[in-house]
Design a protein around this ligand. Structure first.
Ligand code: 8YV
Length: 324
């Protein structure tokens, strides 16, 4: 009988996913808290056939060289894959897998929650109520812009962007506009959204929600010039990748009230250092990258990642192969 293929898992994962891997593979994993240190990953990837990784694991030529010719599949427990050097992986004939679709609802839900928390100043209000800021009745205190009658702009009208648009529709915006690389005409028609240029989206939106992937084209597309084109009353929400924002420019835009407020589930770096200027701003809501953090969703993501690895190692088609 042939030896079971060796798989390395860069984090402690749920039993259900681990059981799937254990059935046909020899599994070793990083058991420390937090992300696997780079040196540890380099040491452990040697001679492995499969790699189960996360977005904090940068997979580049150095890792691939260290892995050697046995490595057949890299599966990431995420829909985003900007942490993988996909061209380099592809060149070496290593298969890739990711977790699209199953996290779309959870992430869209979080984007809506973050948008409302930012516009209606939920955290600031909660803080005031607990610390004595809630005093005599004052009708214009803790006000923020409402969605009714507003223009909502979605940047990145893929699976997640579309679901965000659908969820915001019942709040009664006047218009939903989007900016996307491809047309998405059919989807837009069904949802009732209109494609515009990036400049138009910036100028017209009361709420901007970002759900595009991080690529060389989208890198730091939200910079000083972009923030200046936005309304002074604009709410900016990002649930995609911190890298789409020039974060120093965002800090300045928030400090100078060039825009009204921002809600961020993603930033640079993650975790954001405690002394970062973003933490000093009342008009910024910061979440620790919890977009897909629904219990069911994260379990499904790990299970899907494990199944993809097993399938690839058995030369079966993967459920969600990443094709670039
Ligand atoms: C993370 C995400 O992967 O899927 C993505 O691209 O950013 C998130 O869902 C999640 O934190 C699981 O590691």
């Amino acid at each position: 009988k042939m030896a079971k293929p060796a798989v390395y898992v860069t984090r402690e994962i749920n039993k259900e996913a681990l059981d799937i891997l254990n059935q046909s593979c020899t599994v070793s994993s990083w058991a420390g808290s937090g992300p696997v240190p780079r040196a540890e990953l380099l040491k452990n990837i040697e001679n492995k056939s499969g790699l189960f990784c996360l977005l904090s694991d940068k997979i580049d030529s150095e890792i691939l060289n260290k892995a050697g010719p046995n490595l057949k599949v890299i599966a990431t427990m995420s829909v985003g894959y900007d942490h993988l050097d996909v061209q380099e992986i592809k060149k070496r004939g290593i298969k890739m897998a990711y977790t699209p679709d199953i996290l779309t609802d959870a992430t869209a839900e979080l984007a809506v929650a973050l948008l409302l928390a930012t516009s209606r100043r939920l955290l600031e209000s909660n803080e005031e109520a607990r610390t004595g800021g809630w005093q005599a009745w004052s009708p214009f205190w803790m006000c923020g812009p409402g969605l009714k009658g507003s223009t909502v702009g979605i940047v990145g009208f893929g699976r997640i962007g579309q679901e965000i648009a659908k969820r915001l529709k019942p709040f009664g915006p006047k218009k939903i506009i989007y900016y996307n690389r491809s047309e998405k005409r059919q989807e837009a028609q069904e949802i009732g959204a209109t494609k515009v240029s990036f400049e138009e989206l910036l100028a017209e939106s009361d709420f901007i929600s970002v759900s595009c992937s991080l690529t060389p084209e989208t890198k730091e597309m939200f910079n000083e010039a972009a923030f200046k084109k936005m309304k002074k009353t604009a709410i900016f929400v990002n649930t995609s990748r911190g890298g789409v924002v020039d974060q120093d420019d965002l800090v300045r835009a928030l400090e100078s009230k060039t825009i009204w407020a921002a809600g961020l589930d993603v930033m640079t770096p993650e975790p954001l250092p405690l002394d970062h200027p973003l933490f000093k701003l009342k008009n910024c809501v910061i979440l620790p990258h919890i977009g897909s953090a629904c219990i069911e969703t994260r379990n499904e993501m790990a299970v899907l990642t494990a199944k993809n690895i097993v399938q690839a190692l058995e030369d079966e088609p993967m459920i969600t192969e990443l094709v670039v």
